[in-house]
Design a protein around this ligand. Structure first.
Ligand code: CUA
Length: 594
């Protein structure tokens, strides 16, 4: 009897513990849905989605797993980063490319994923640099930046978009208007351009001039129209005069018509790029009047509507994406900035001023019904961009929504005068939105793209294909290529650098070609050289070429910077620098035949 009572008590405790755990995890609604699992994943469990968050003034892209919110990678694009050996050394060609294209910092805003046949193809992530009018391309098989391109005739590269269904162009919007001729004393009104960039060559094929600041962009599903929000239709040059009109515009650019006009010689050529001027853009450019200094423009998954967020108006404007007519202008709340979608006909708009996400039904709003708002959820705080889970822009999944917040105020432990930026994860799979969790992030996410792990993960490489100039094991060498120059071809494999020492003279220029000859995933080696401002990080298969000055006479240990195995502390070697006048004969070196 007593034993029975004990069992009953234990059973009751187990049930209670279960309930407590359920509440703690935020589970207990929309049973059976994956989204209901919320933000908690155990160690070893993989996420369902990759989130690519633009790093704003960090000049990079952050990769987080969703729903856990765990930060799994940083991809440096417009800023050098020693941790990844990315453009971090003088003499690195990638550093030269950054410097010559605009500088060693960037302000990344809007990521965009390449598509084939209207589906995410896992090839590229494109990301803009607002500060220096650049477009970066990241390879998604290696998560590495592979191209940087400067966009001519454009300042303030803000919104970008992929033209579906096969990524015909990457559209880049110019937010900072300029005199057409670029002359400082020009009496002309300031204007801006929307650039059309080839995704393979990264060349700007043509540009379409617009009368104002081109902010965000999206394209119709069939690739016919590109939509750009235009604030400052007033063409004002200070903030007060930029806010005079109650309506600015959405620019709808007819892509086939623009291509035709650009190749027909109608365009003026500026810095090598055909630019369709305002006077010549009849049949190409349509300005749709929308309130007021609009921000986001987002095309619905079915391609029927383009939705502009009012920013200085509490409304969103629903535009028919084929006829370009305005079909509804529902009020959603203060400071709407961007809109995303689920797979059930609902839109979700971020309200910066209201610090909330509003869910509203598109069909009901278009019909003029009064009950179009489905629900609201507060976010913390001042949400800018947002994105719901999707396989591609035409294929929403309706599980999670990421809200990118510009301030976290009271959400985390204080870390100085600046609070972390953060994003919040919201479950949108049920009848009502449900806040799942909040995740601090580095400065400062401005935009986010999501892709299902089942689409992207199989395309990610385990090792790199060795480039043609890779150093092969057994072919290492130290060779004097001139009176003051030395080339060192070196390999790295656990736990040796070959050669493990070499001698040079003060004043020599030393060119390292370094190859990590490992063939196993994650066998990373770093190469750090004290007092020479030199560090490269080498994933398996990677080759890097760096030239340095030999520096002052002495013995310098180069060492592996990644804890690569039990012999990691022994993975090092010496660069011996003799004084200029030392009576030593320095000879070439090759490994003994094996
Ligand atoms: Cu290689 Cu540590």
């Amino acid at each position: 009897m007593k034993a029975q009572r004990v069992l009953l008590v234990l059973a009751a405790l187990a049930v209670a513990a279960g309930i407590v755990r359920t509440l703690a995890c935020g589970v207990g609604h929309s049973a059976g849905s994956d989204a209901a699992k919320g933000a908690s994943l155990s160690s070893g469990e993989e996420d369902q989605y990759y989130a690519f968050l633009s790093g704003g003034r960090s000049g990079s892209v952050f990769v987080a797993g969703i729903p856990s919110g765990r930060l799994i990678r940083e991809i440096p694009v417009f800023e050098p980063r020693a941790a990844y050996g990315y453009a971090s050394n003088e003499g690195d060609p990638r550093r030269d490319e950054l410097r010559s294209s605009g500088g060693l910092w960037g302000d990344t805003h809007q990521p965009a994923l390449s598509e084939t046949g209207g589906a995410c193809d896992g090839r590229y992530l494109f990301i803009d640099d607002l500060a220096n009018a650049r477009l970066g391309r990241v390879r998604l098989d290696t998560f590495e930046t592979d191209r940087i391109a400067r966009i001519p005739n454009l300042q303030g590269a803000h919104g970008i978009a992929v033209v579906p269904p096969d990524t015909r162009y990457i559209v880049v919007n110019g937010e900072f208007e300029q005199p057409t001729d670029g002359a400082a004393d020009s009496p002309e009104p300031y204007t801006s351009v929307v650039a059309f960039v080839d995704p393979e060559t990264m060349e700007t094929k043509f540009e379409v001039r617009v009368p104002g600041n081109a902010v965000m962009a999206d394209a119709s599903r069939d690739g016919r129209f590109v939509f750009s929000t235009i604030s400052n239709l007033e063409q004002g040059r200070d903030s007060i005069s930029m806010m005079q009109f109650d309506r600015d515009a959405v620019a709808a650019i007819d892509v086939p018509a623009a291509e035709k006009a650009a190749i027909s010689g109608k365009a003026s050529v500026r810095n090598g790029v055909p630019v369709l001027e305002l006077a010549d853009s009849a049949g190409v450019l349509t300005l749709i009047p929308v309130p007021k200094n609009p921000q986001g423009i987002n095309v619905t998954p079915d391609g029927r509507y383009a939705i502009a967020a009012g920013r200085l108006s509490p409304t969103v404007t629903v535009i028919d994406a084929r006829t370009l007519q305005i079909v509804a202008e529902p009020e959603v709340g203060p400071g709407p900035l961007a809109t995303t979608f689920d797979d059930r006909g609902n839109a979700y708009t971020s309200l910066y001023v209201g610090s909330e996400i509003v869910e509203w039904n598109i069909a009901r709003a278009v019909r003029g019904a009064s009950d179009y708002v489905v629900g609201r959820v507060p976010v913390h705080y001042n949400v800018g961009s947002l994105q719901a889970t999707r396989d591609a822009s035409a294929h929403p999944r309706g599980e999670y929504l990421l809200a990118l917040n510009t301030s976290s105020k009271d959400r985390y432990l204080p870390v100085g005068p600046e609070t972390p930026q953060n994003f919040e994860l919201i479950d949108i799979s049920g009848e009502q939105m449900k806040m799942l969790g909040s995740f601090p992030t580095l400065p400062e996410p401005q935009g986010v793209e999501l892709v299902a792990a089942r689409i992207l993960a199989p395309k990610v490489r385990q090792t790199l294909e060795p480039p043609p100039d890779a150093v092969q094991a057994g072919h290492e060498l130290v060779v004097r290529t001139g009176p003051r120059s030395v080339t060192v071809q070196m390999t790295a494999i656990h736990s040796v650098f070959t050669p493990d020492h070499f001698e040079v003279r003060e004043g020599d220029r030393v060119t390292f070609r370094l190859t990590n000859v490992e063939t196993m995933r994650d066998r990373i080696h770093g190469f750090g050289l004290p007092d020479h401002d030199l560090h490269v990080s080498l994933p398996p298969g990677a080759t890097r070429t760096i030239t340095i000055d030999a520096g002052r006479p002495g013995v310098y240990w180069y060492y592996c910077t990644h804890f690569c195995g039990v012999l990691h502390p022994e993975m090092r070697g010496r660069m011996i620098v003799h004084p200029q006048n030392a009576m030593v004969a320095l000879s070439d070196w090759r490994p003994a035949p094996r």
